[in-house]
Design a protein around this ligand. Sequence first.
Ligand code: GDP
Length: 430
Amino acid sequence: MVIAVVGANWGDEGKGKITDMMAEKADIIVRFQGGANAGHTIVNYYGKFALHTLPSGVFYGHTTSVIGNGVALNIPILFKEIQSIVERNVPMPKILVSDRAQIVMPYHILFDQYEEERLGGKSFGSTKSGIAPFYSDKYAKIGFQVNELFDDELLEEKVKSVCTVKNVLLKHLYNKPEIDPEELLNTLHEYREMIAPYVCDVSAFLNQALKEGKTVLLEGQLGTLKDPDHGIYPMVTSSSTLAAYGAIGAGIPPYEIQKVVTVCKAYSSAVGAGAFVSEIFGDEADELRRRGGDGGEYGATTGRPRRMGWFDCVASKYGCRLQGTTDVAFTVLDVLGYLDEIPVCVGYDIDGQVTTEFPVTHKLEKAKPVLKKLPGWKCDIRGIKNYEELPENCRNYIEFIEKQIGYPITMISNGPKRQDIIYRKSPLKK
Ligand code: GDP
């Protein structure tokens, strides 16, 4: 059986924690899209870790961690990440990398920086990890698949022809130093050494595992609103963040994905530019940012302060629908315990018309939040294990949001640790 763990919003919903927790009962955890541009923060027995490339199941001895073909694979970062966890006494994880995954090249990272510089104030707020140039090249059919590292002749020829194109842009558009094909080839030989022990036909491996009845988790990066098709285009990421893409980015049949656990955070946060209707500012935002997550809402990759906002029912209902949600994991609820009243965005006012349907980007820019205030619970809910033991106002908050979004909240996360989880039988769950 395959379970996807994905985000409903702008990312940073706490997918890492939920995947890490669910990995206890899984055999294989697969990253199927994205790259090292976003990160997951995981707190467990070994300490606190920020993972960018490795799936969140690497901390268990019984799981296999897989990098699927859909991932933007940054080989030195993966290599360093493996070293850094082993150095901190985590047993060497079993890792497999798809022979069809494509490689983030050193020039992708440079082009990302140069393009952001060129765009100046109109930039996309990229993390400059090379992700957009990487996916552009993938679809322009000039990307490098991992298996190509092992074919000397092909590699040399391809490096030469790609450098010709890239150097025109470097020289004439960006006015920057050109790439030396020899040097690039040497770098790729180093990449080959680093990745060789992990390369395999991931699709064949997963299909066999499914035949044997294994449980596979697909771990998404970012969330629905960053999807290039269904998100807030163009302020989106460059690969699909939807559970459906998990079938493609891992190489498994779509009908194998039986459960989609969509992670929603009890308030909103976003990084980078783009419309964010329920955004808050000033002291109100500072306080939520400071108290948020586990030690504040700052980007796991960049350390950038995240933009903060109240829970957005419109965006989350849409976010859950596009994921094909079977279960909602509602996270970071413990953080809201300080508030007397908790505003929730229940509609968008666009030119005087209120809607609960998430609009296309140019209309979204005009949307103003319609807020409803719910009473707070004013206490610490960490450590609670049973739903019924949560304060009444806290349950009301959960049940109100569940009704608004229309998908069953079956898990509630009330702390960053693996065991901080409350399972609930939702009335909406069939
Ligand atoms: P991801 O990218 O979706 O995995 O999310 P991040 O890792 O960027 O952000 C989630 C942050 O919230 C991390 O610092 C987690 O340790 C933390 N976190 C996850 N669940 C909870 C929770 O229920 N309560 C609190 N306080 N923190 C949580």
